[in-house]
Design a protein around this ligand. Structure first.
Ligand code: ADP
Ligand code: MG
Length: 452
């Protein structure tokens, strides 16, 4: 009989709970503290305890009772084997070939540090949260969640945390993993036909700080989410720092298990937003410096132009700058870079920022649609599915409050709805904003994106 990881975790929790009815707290804490199920294979369950003494005491005094409890819980006659944490470590070490397979490619990138991260109002909180997590892992906020659009420095901050911890304490075990790779890892794992516990145990032995990038990829992957949940709980309860990033606030991520959403936002959620112009300018100056070029060779207008046109994301800004360098080195003879060269170099590059683009109904509808992973037609349509209806009401609220569009005109935009329907929707959101924290977060984030 095989058990899922969360089943195993919960079985051991429940076993200890039942035992606590017959054993006094001191005995329980002394011999069962930090015990956990290491693996379940076939009809054998391996339980890890802290010492040989604990293992002897448990086997001689409590084994029968534990057997009975587990039988009651699983209706299966498992043989329960007790090993010490040292033996468990050996198991991990001797199966190095297998264990080192896990996240073998997960590396902390030395290029991304706190020192070369430019801080401004758009990312200050995220930066500070990252620094706290790096300085005192697990002590203050756990987990730290950094969320926001692509290209705004989330991955950079994760690596910076890793690099900082490693440089303070080279022996600390920091794992950076993309949620997407986690998925692959899980599939590899299932293929090797094991029960899932081994991976959890591996985490327990091999990770002090877990950095997980782009957790939105976990959404709708039920089995992976379940495994991640168990690993997360293990690490969190052991006081190990977890830092995660997502491309949006998890509460608005369709298909992410509620239990994970709750966990993710329970520590310190901080957002990164579009960088201010001054931040973009500083980043450009840093890039010029890193290339060994001199700022004096750039017309100030060039910096201004790039910061304005490509300020929608730092990634975009870096891409445009790389084109400029390439162009100026290959197609011009002068060292001096003026605005004309700059404009020429990025011809054809599209940018996500268009300052001329004014706020209108369509933009609000498509922004809300994008935020909730829906289509604009779903927003303006008539579906009563809860999340679609909510997104529609939010779009109506934003149009009304940001553009002051008359209700009748709005009705027409939303597939010919009656003005009273629109009014009701708008007041629903107004009411909701008084008490509903998640709604507040969503509306705040949407306004930020629209005001960009
Ligand atoms: P995200 O993970 O949010 O999509 P990244 O961390 O990959 O974004 O950032 C994209 C690129 O922009 C990286 O090369 C990163 O070093 C750079 N970058 C982002 N924000 C900053 C910043 N504030 N200062 C310096 N470089 C930054
Ligand atoms: Mg990233």
């Amino acid at each position: 009989m095989s058990l899922t990881i969360s089943e195993s975790v919960s079985i051991w929790d429940r076993t200890l709970k039942q035992l606590s009815q017959n054993i006094d707290k001191v005995t329980l804490d002394t011999f069962f503290a930090e015990s956990y199920i290491h693996s379940v294979s076939g009809s054998e369950i391996v339980v890890v305890v802290t010492s040989t003494l604990a293992s002897t005491v448990i086997q001689s005094k409590y084994a029968k009772e534990i057997d009975d409890i587990i039988y009651e819980l699983t209706h299966f006659k498992y043989i329960i084997k007790y090993i010490t944490s040292a033996q468990a470590k050996e198991l991990v070490d001797t199966s190095k070939e297998e264990s080192s397979e896990f996240f073998a490619d997960a590396k902390i990138d030395p290029r991304y540090t706190f020192e070369n991260f430019v801080v401004g109002p758009s990312n200050r909180e995220a930066y500070q949260a990252a620094v706290i997590a790096a300085r005192e892992p697990g002590k203050f906020y756990n987990p730290v969640l950094i969320y926001g659009d692509s290209g705004l420095g989330k991955t950079h901050l994760l690596h910076a945390i890793g690099n900082s911890i490693k440089s303070d304490n080279p022996s600390s075990k920091v794992l950076y993993v993309k949620a997407h790779d986690f998925l692959d890892e899980y599939v590899k794992y299932i293929k090797s036909d094991r029960d899932g516990i081994g991976l959890v145990a591996w985490f327990k032995n091999s990770v002090d700080v877990l950095l997980v990038d782009d957790v939105q990829f976990l959404a709708s992957k039920t089995k992976t989410e379940e495994m991640f949940f168990s690993i997360y709980n293990y690490l969190h309860s052991a006081g190990k720092q977890v830092v995660i990033t997502a491309d949006r606030h998890p509460s608005t991520l369709n298909g992410l298990d509620d239990r994970l959403v709750t966990r993710f936002i329970s520590g310190l959620p901080v957002s990164v937003t579009k960088p201010e112009k001054a931040v973009c300018e500083s980043i450009l100056k840093k890039l010029i410096d890193e290339k060994g070029m001199s700022l004096s060779n750039f017309d100030p207008e060039v910096i201004n132009y790039f910061a304005t046109r490509f300020g929608g994301s730092v990634r975009e800004l870096e891409g445009a700058f790389a084109k400029l360098v390439f162009y100026s080195q290959n197609f011009t003879n002068s060292k001096h870079i003026d605005l004309q060269i700059a404009i020429e170099s990025v011809k054809g590059l599209t940018s996500s920022v268009s300052p001329e683009e004014s706020l209108n109904e369509e933009r609000i509808i498509s922004c809300v649609a994008d935020y909730y992973s829906l289509t604009p037609n779903q927003i303006t349509g008539s579906s009563r599915i809860a999340n679609i209806a909510l997104a529609r009401h939010i779009a109506m609220y934003l149009i009304r409050t940001m553009l002051d569009t008359p209700f009748t005109k709005m009705g027409a935009k939303f597939g010919g709805k009656d003005h009273s329907t629109v009014m009701t929707a708008v007041s629903k959101i107004e009411e909701g904003l008084k008490t509903d924290e998640q709604l507040k977060i969503a509306v705040k984030e949407l306004k930020k994106r629209l005001n960009g």
